[in-house]
Design a binder for this molecule. Structure first.
Ligand code: GDP
Length: 558
C-alpha cells in the first residue's frame, strides 16, 4: 500500500511544519528529564516518571534504551517523532555518556537546530562547549534552556553573560524567570516573563512532582510593572519583591542587552535563552511554544552535486548512524537515514551511491514515541530506520534515479559527515579463546556502526585485535557490548599511541616504513594499512620519509 503522492503545495506545507533537532548538554544537566517532558507535552507518553534508576545503568548505549526499560515504552531508537500544535517534531537522541563519541557529532549533522541545556548552577560546562563548537561550525541555530530553575542557582544575568563570554555567541533572554520567596517553600520558581510578547506564564504548584503537565496561567501585560502581574502573584510583600526584581532585571536587559533578531538566530550568531525546570515541567511548555515557530524547518544540504533543497522532487538521504542489535532477540542492524529531499516510500527503487547497487525501500520505520511503527512515507527532515545486512555505512547516500548527478554522471553524494580519528588505542584480549570468531565478528560490526574502530596487528599467532576510540568511555561500551551481545568476554590493555595515519602506496614500501623506527603497522577492518604513532615527533619523521618513498598519509580511511 503506497501513500498517494502529495501535491507540490501540500508537500511544501508538510516540510514547513517539520522540526528536526537534538539536545546538547553536559551530563546531568537534565537531558533525559527534558526529553521525557517533551514526550509528555507531545502526547507521546501520558505520565512522566523519575529517571533516577537510569543512573544505575552506566553502560546503556542509548539513554533512551534505559528510559524504555523504566517506562515500558518502546523508544529504542535514535529519533522520537511527535506532533505538537501543528508541528511535526523529530527529536534526535545524542548519547549521554560522560565521554563524548563520534556518534553525537554525526547525529548533529542530521539535525537542523539544537537545544543547548544548561544547569542553572553550572552554566557552560566542558561537554557543552565541545558540542557547541560543532554546532557553531555548522552554523546551526542554537536555543539555550537554563534548567533546574526550581532550585536556587546562579544569577540569571550572570548565566546569560557567561554564555556570551565563554562561547562567543550573542545571548538574548527570550524569557526571564520569576522567582518569589514564601515562608513555607523558600525561593520558588513562580513563572517566566516573555519579553517579546509581554506576557507572564505563572505555574501552579501541584503534588504530582512533574508527572503531569503543569497548570499554567498566561497573562498579557503592558510590561513587568503592570499591576496585573502583582495581583496574579497574590499582592503580598513577597509578590511585590518578585515583581520589583523582575522589573529591575528587564530594565537592565533592555538597556544593556542585544535586540532579539530572528535572522541572527537562524544563522547561529545569536541564541535565545529560556528558563525552565524539566523536573517540575515549569517553563517547558512556554519554551516549546516559542521555540518551535522560531526553529528552522528542514534546510538544504551540501552534496558533491551542489546544495540539495528539501523541495527537490527525487528522493535523497544519507545515513548518519548505524546500530546493530537494536532488538537482542533478533540480531537486526538498522541504518538511520535522514531524508533530505523527495519522499521516502515503500517500494521506491533507490541507488546506494557508494556501491552503485540498487534496491527497493522497505516501509519506513519510524519511532512514534510509543512504538516503532511502519509509517506510509517519510518526508525531508524525517529520520527513518532502514534494516540492512551490513552494506550501509555511516555517511552513505541513497538516491532515487531522478536525483541530481555529480560531475561524471554519478548520482550525488552528501558531504560533510564528520569522521574523527581515534586518539586512544587498546589491545583486546579475549578471555575465552573459543569465542575468538564471535569477537572478530563483534569488532567488525561495532566498528561499522561507528561505536569505535577496530584494527588488527599482524603477529605469528594471527591478527591481534586493537580498538581505537575518540573517547575513553567508548572502550567500556565496546567491552560491555562484546560480552553481552556477542558472548565474547574480553579485557583491554591500553597502548601508548595517539595519532593514526592511513597509508596508501606500494605495499613493500609501506612495510619497510612500518619496520623502521619502531613504528606500528595495523590494518583496519577493510584491510587498509594504518600506521599509529606515539608522538608528533615520530609522526613528523615518518611523514617526511613517506613522501620520499611515494607513500601518502591520510587522516581518515581512504
Ligand atoms: P542527563 O544526564 O543530562 O540526562 O540528566 P538527567 O535528566 O538524568 O538528570 C540528572 C539529575 O538532575 C537527575 O537527578 C534529575 O532528577 C535532576 N534534574 C533534572 N532536571 C531537573 C530540574 O529541573 N530540577 C532539579 N532540581 N533537578 C533536575
Amino acid at each position: 500500500m503506497t501513500a498517494p503522492a502529495l501535491s507540490g503545495a501540500a508537500l511544501a506545507d508538510q516540510i514547513a511544519r517539520r522540526r528536526t533537532f537534538a539536545i546538547i548538554s553536559h551530563p546531568d544537566a537534565g537531558k533525559t528529564t527534558l526529553t521525557e517532558k517533551l514526550l509528555l507535552y507531545g502526547g507521546a507518553i501520558h505520565q512522566a516518571g523519575s529517571v533516577k534508576a537510569r543512573k544505575a545503568q552506566k553502560h546503556a548505549t542509548s539513554d533512551w534504551m534505559a528510559l524504555e526499560q523504566e517506562r515500558g515504552i518502546s523508544v529504542t531508537s535514535s529519533v522520537l517523532q511527535f506532533e505538537y500544535h501543528g508541528f511535526q517534531v523529530n527529536l534526535l537522541d545524542t548519547p549521554g555518556h560522560a565521554d563524548f563519541g563520534e556518534d553525537t557529532f554525526r547525529t548533529l549533522v542530521a539535525a537542523d537546530s539544537v537545544v543547548m541545556l544548561l544547569d542553572n548552577r553550572k552554566g557552560v560546562e566542558e561537554r557543552t562547549r565541545q558540542l557547541f563548537d560543532v554546532c557553531r561550525r555548522r552554523r546551526m541555530p542554537i536555543f539555550t534552556v537554563v534548567n533546574k530553575c526550581d532550585r536556587v542557582g546562579e544569577d540569571p544575568l550572570k548565566l546569560v553573560s557567561d554564555v556570551e563570554a565563554e562561547l562567543g555567541i550573542i545571548a538574548v533572554a527570550a524569557h526571564w524567570p520569576i522567582h518569589m520567596s514564601d515562608a513555607v517553600h523558600g525561593t520558588m520558581f513562580r513563572g517566566v516573563y516573555d519579553r517579546r510578547n509581554k506576557r507572564a506564564f505563572l505555574f501552579e504548584r501541584d503534588e504530582k512532582h512533574g508527572a503531569d503537565k503543569v497548570a499554567t496561567t498566561s497573562i498579557a501585560l503592558d510590561g513587568p510593572n503592570d499591576p496585573k502581574l502583582l495581583e496574579a502573584l497574590g499582592n503580598t510583600d513577597e509578590a511585590l519583591q518578585a515583581v520589583e526584581k523582575l522589573a529591575h532585571d528587564i530594565e537592565l536587559l533592555d538597556m544593556a542587552g542585544h535586540e532579539f533578531d530572528p535572522a541572527a538566530i537562524a544563522s547561529g550568531e545569536m541564541t535565545p535563552v529560556y528558563f525552565a525546570s524539566a523536573l517540575t515541567n515549569f517553563g517547558v511548555e512556554p519554551f516549546l511554544e516559542d521555540f518551535l515557530p522560531l526553529a528552522p524547518a528542514p534546510v538544504g544540504r551540501d552534496s558533491n552535486a551542489g546544495r540539495i533543497e528539501p523541495s527537490g522532487e527525487a528522493f535523497t538521504g544519507f545515513v548518519f548512524k548505524v546500530q546493530a542489535n537494536m532488538d537482542p532477540r533478533h540480531r537486526d542492524r538498522v541504518a538511520f537515514l535522514r531524508v533530505c529531499s523527495g519522499r521516502y516510500a515503500a517500494g521506491l527503487e533507490v541507488t546506494h551511491v557508494r556501491t552503485g547497487k540498487t534496491f527497493k525501500l522497505a516501509p519506513p520505520q519510524q519511532f512514534l514515541g510509543r512504538e516503532r511503527a511502519f509509517a506510509e512515507q517519510a518526508l525531508p527532515g524525517d529520520v527513518v530506520g532502514v534494516h540492512d545486512r551490513g552494506s550501509l555505512r555511516i555517511g552513505d547516500t541513497l538516491a532515487a534515479a531522478g536525483a541530481p548527478r555529480a560531475e561524471g554522471g554519478k548520482l550525488l553524494e552528501y558531504v560533510g559527515i564528520p569522521r574523527f580519528a581515534p586518539q586512544h588505542f587498546a589491545r583486546i584480549l579475549s578471555k575465552d579463546p573459543l569465542r575468538r570468531k564471535a569477537l572478530d565478528k563483534g569488532l567488525r560490526e561495532l566498528s561499522d556502526e561507528g561505536a569505535a574502530q577496530a584494527f588488527f596487528a599482524e603477529s605469528m599467532m594471527g591478527p591481534v585485535p586493537i580498538v581505537g576510540a575518540v573517547g575513553m568511555l567508548q572502550f567500556d561500551v565496546m567491552v560491555h557490548r562484546l560480552e553481552n551481545e556477542y558472548g565474547a568476554p574480553c579485557t583491554l590493555e591500553m597502548m601508548p599511541y595517539r595519532f593514526p595515519r592511513w597509508v596508501t602506496g606500494p605495499e613493500a614500501a609501506i612495510r619497510r616504513l612500518g619496520e623502521a623506527q619502531d613504528l606500528t603497522l595495523l590494518r583496519d577492518s577493510k584491510e587498509n594499512f594504518v600506521l599509529v604513532f606515539r608522538d608528533e615527533w615520530r609522526l613528523r619523521w615518518a611523514t617526511d620519509k613517506a613522501g620520499e618513498q611515494g607513500l601518502v598519509f591520510h587522516t581518515e580511511a581512504p
